[in-house]
Write a new protein. Sequence first.
Length: 348
Amino acid sequence: METKALRLTQLSHGGGCGCKIAPAALQQILANVAPGIVPPQLLVGTETSDDAAVYQINPTQAIVATTDFFMPIVDDPFDFGRIAATNAISDIYAMGATPLFALALVGMPVKDLPLAVIGRILAGGESICREAGIPIAGGHTIDSVEPIYGLVAIGLVNPAHLKRNSAAKPGDKLILGKQLGVGVYSAALKKDQLHPADYAGMIDSTTRLNTPGPMLACLDGVHAVTDVTGFGLLGHLLEVCRGSGLRATVDFADVPRLTRAMEFIEAGHVTGASGRNWESYHDQVSLALGLPAAARSLLTDPQTSGGLLVSCTPDTVTEVLSLFLQQGFRHVSVIGELTDGVPGIAVV
């Protein structure tokens, strides 16, 4: 009862990956930062907005490193910790890597939150790391104005199996591993509009580790992988298009979505991040006439701990879908394809 009364989501101005700085603003910020050191061992840095940094240490091993943290997207502290940890580890899987260990990033308003509640957040993160088979080997804590939790995640990959977001090829099919609508559901949650079944569906999605990643990395027909998070499906697919120099076509009818996502959008439960995302990249997206009015909001909806987005050859599709289904991703779907053309997205 005490946890419910606290309403973690009311202690912060945003939640989950909806806290991200908008793509256009981030691009302007980074444009004014001088280039850093780029040694030949740095296989993946900031050049293609990929999911993690990759540093080669020998011919068959490379270190994969990433960090992710945010404010609460749900009110239950244990669930908040679980979601944040799953989201951070996802970037390791998206590179085709196997996670090794994590470090906790903890910023909490100690005067506002009971220590027991903070402990439950950390316990939630620990439970997911245990599920991933990795330890939380350390971390850092600060007393902050808003509650913040996340991880630094470290993994290992064979450079031959590394999956960038910029290596897609013409003719590839696009496969999405999870449903969209997490940001929409989080907005509805703040308005007390989520039924227990809705909440359960949201938690099932956001705490499901993207374990197919390392297995997908071993398939020659899989060319590119990324995960869909704060910039929405369109934003992260655009990163694939720009990095690969290709154009994407997305069939909206095939895009998997949480059961009541469209209903909640029509009722006005949309995050501010969705609008910021659209303003950042709308000039590179065309929406077909006749699409539902809520389509744009769903496609720009910021996903927290979202699904893997895979680019693969048509003859690899069945194997990719099978890997997802074997790992419990029953909503996996082929959503479109990539072709030669000016980088951008057409939604039909």
